[in-house]
Design a protein around this ligand. Structure first.
Ligand code: PEP
Ligand code: MG
Length: 571
């Protein structure tokens, strides 16, 4: 049954979309100014003046974009500036003039029509870089059309607005940023330029929510989960409370990350913990590296192929890996093979009951195509292969055999290390056998928590990872790895949770891999932890029965982390 929403009003409504920029935002819905209303053809005698208004609006939009670009860091500035330059494109101005002078189109309509047609032509070219330019043209067009019809973009006063719209340009995100808590779009994609700017500014964003998002009433309370890719209208009080708490964590992370990025993540008694990033795009990697990430602990390769119509080819994998790995320099990357299934299902797999490694083993050509791409990439980069949802050591041995065959065929010099995700209680049970086939282990606490406790992993449930049953599974996996003489990382959300972090350090986890936006925060928290205290906490948590007992026992250490001194915000 649907839970009652905030204030007991409408019931909660969860809209699924695509995660485009991580983080949770809790706020009120605000709709972008409506589409331009077109009012009949302009009489012939008024067309010259209309032409002047249209071009003035176009140039003003270009100037506004330049001004936004000037205030952004170089990478983002380049994206926004590209839109500004489009305003000077003679082909575009000619098309606008023609629409007005020949057809009598009003200025805003002429701009929309010309920029739309121009963007369609660019988007149809089979080149990803040019396709992105199409977004820039549309963004310029929306802005110019709004100016031509006398409508601005200014957000209403107040903060914590979740902007809702069909689409949004990168400059719009940058400009609206001070008033925005999050962005929810009916269209768009995770790789759209607006998403890049949102990620770098730390603004959660969900795209591809469909037209139903446009029906949400302005002013309605909403929770936007940019990591899970959902928008929840009329959230329950509990969900809104947890989202607000998580927003606080995110703000703190952004404040500390940049300034402290060069300081090592070492506990007060000298235990050095490696902090890596979970990424699926070059932009997230850039953000993570800016905060001091020491590499990629989890590259979720499946996220690039959620719209795929068939299994990705070796070439598809190579093309997807290249821009990410090339941004890494000498740093390591754990490239996880496709974890399709459950919530991460491309259209051609919607009927599958299998998930992760099991699904790949059942589709050997698809697995081999990806292994070939990774093995070749490992010639130039410090790459490890990570297997998702591993159930048995036999599965790992099977993949190792495939990797050896692939390496022989490709005549490569280096065979990448192989690691397994521990994400189910049964995998944790047989962690020792799995470890014996691996060079490293990685605990996926998101799935481990959900499968251990029979919970829905998307029900905003960080607290549930605090359960002693989950903690005992983690402890068993850590012991198994260390007895096998291999390192173990944690790459689920728990690694950036202030209650879980002291426990993970106390249990002896070697590496933590966290969302790009949390890298700086986690590195800083580690510097506030003490080995004896965290080990003591971990020992007692293993004997407990409930999550509440664990939270109570951890309160001193976790509160200490959250009260660590803040540095001025970067946003
Ligand atoms: C996890 O389950 O904790 C994990 C890191 O994998 P994913 O979130 O991609 O399922
Ligand atoms: Mg998982």
């Amino acid at each position: 049954m649907a839970q009652r929403g905030l204030h007991g009003a409408a019931p909660e409504r969860v809209l699924p979309g695509t995660a485009a920029s991580p983080g949770i935002a809790c706020g009120t819905a605000w709709h972008l100014p409506e589409e331009i209303v077109v009012s009949g053809p302009v009489p012939v005698e008024g067309r010259e003046q209309e032409r002047g208004s249209a071009l003035a609006a176009l140039y003003a939009a270009g100037d506004a974009l330049s001004a936004v670009a000037a205030a952004l860091p170089p990478d983002e500035a380049e994206i926004v500036q590209a839109g500004a330059l489009m305003a000077q494109d003679p082909a575009l101005t000619r098309a606008i003039e023609e629409a007005i002078l020949a057809d009598g189109a009003p200025a805003a309509e002429a701009i929309n029509r010309a920029t739309g047609a121009y963007a369609d032509v660019i988007a149809a070219i089979d080149d990803e870089r040019l396709a992105a330019r199409a977004d820039d043209v549309r963004s310029l067009g929306r802005r110019a059309a709004r100016l031509a019809s006398g409508r601005g973009m200014a957000a209403p006063p107040g903060s914590d607005l979740i902007v809702i719209g069909s689409d949004l340009g990168p400059a719009d995100v940058a400009e609206l940023a001070p008033a925005l808590a999050g962005v929810a779009l009916a269209g768009g994609g995770a790789t759209a330029h607006a998403a890049i700017v949102a990620r770098s500014l730390g603004i959660p964003m969900v795209t591809g929510l469909g037209n139903q998002v446009l029906e949400i009433v302005e002013g309605a309370p909403v929770v936007l989960d940019g990591s899970a890719g959902t928008l929840i209208a009329h959230p329950s009080t509990d969900r809104a409370r947890r989202a607000t708490a998580e927003m606080g964590v995110r703000v703190l992370a952004a404040r500390r990350a940049h300034e402290l990025r060069d300081q090592p993540a070492v506990t007060t008694d000298g235990n050095r913990i490696t902090v890596l990033a979970n990424v699926a795009s070059p932009q997230e990697l850039a953000l993570a590296l800016r905060a001091g990430a020491e590499g990629i602990g989890l590259l979720r390769t499946e996220l690039a192929f959620l719209d795929a119509r068939d299994w990705p080819s070796e070439r598809d994998h190579t093309d997807a890996l290249k821009p990410i790995l090339s941004g890494l320099g000498d740093l390591p990357a754990a490239v996880r093979v496709l974890d399709f299934g459950a919530d991460k299902c491309p259209p051609f797999l919607t009927d599958t009951a299998e998930r992760g490694l099991e699904l790949l083993i059942a589709n050997p050509d698809a697995l081999i195509a990806q292994l070939r791409a990774i093995v070749l990439a490992a010639e130039a980069h410090d790459v490890r292969i990570l297997l998702p949802m591993v159930q048995t050591s036999e599965q790992v041995a099977h993949v190792r055999g495939l990797i050896l065959t692939v390496a022989r065929e490709l005549q490569v010099q280096r065979i990448p290390p192989l690691g397994s995700m521990i994400e189910t209680p049964s995998a944790a049970e047989c962690a020792a056998e799995i470890a014996s086939e691996c060079e490293f282990l990685s605990i996926g606490t998101n799935d481990l928590t959900a499968s251990t406790l029979g919970a829905d992993r998307f029900a905003v449930n960080t607290a549930r990872a605090h359960h002693p049953r989950v903690i005992r599974s983690i402890a068993r996996s850590v012991s198994a790895a260390h007895e096998a003489g291999i390192p173990i990382e944690v790459c689920g959300e728990a690694a950036s949770d202030p209650v879980m972090l002291p426990l993970l350090v106390g249990l002896g986890v070697d590496e933590l891999s966290v969302a790009a936006a949390h890298v700086g925060q986690v590195r800083d928290w580690i510097r506030h932890l003490d080995g004896a205290e965290t080990a003591g906490l971990a020992r007692s948590a293993l004997t407990m029965d409930t999550a509440e007992e664990v939270q109570w026992a951890a309160r001193q250490l976790s509160t200490g982390l959250q009260e660590a001194p803040a540095i001025p915000a970067t946003r």
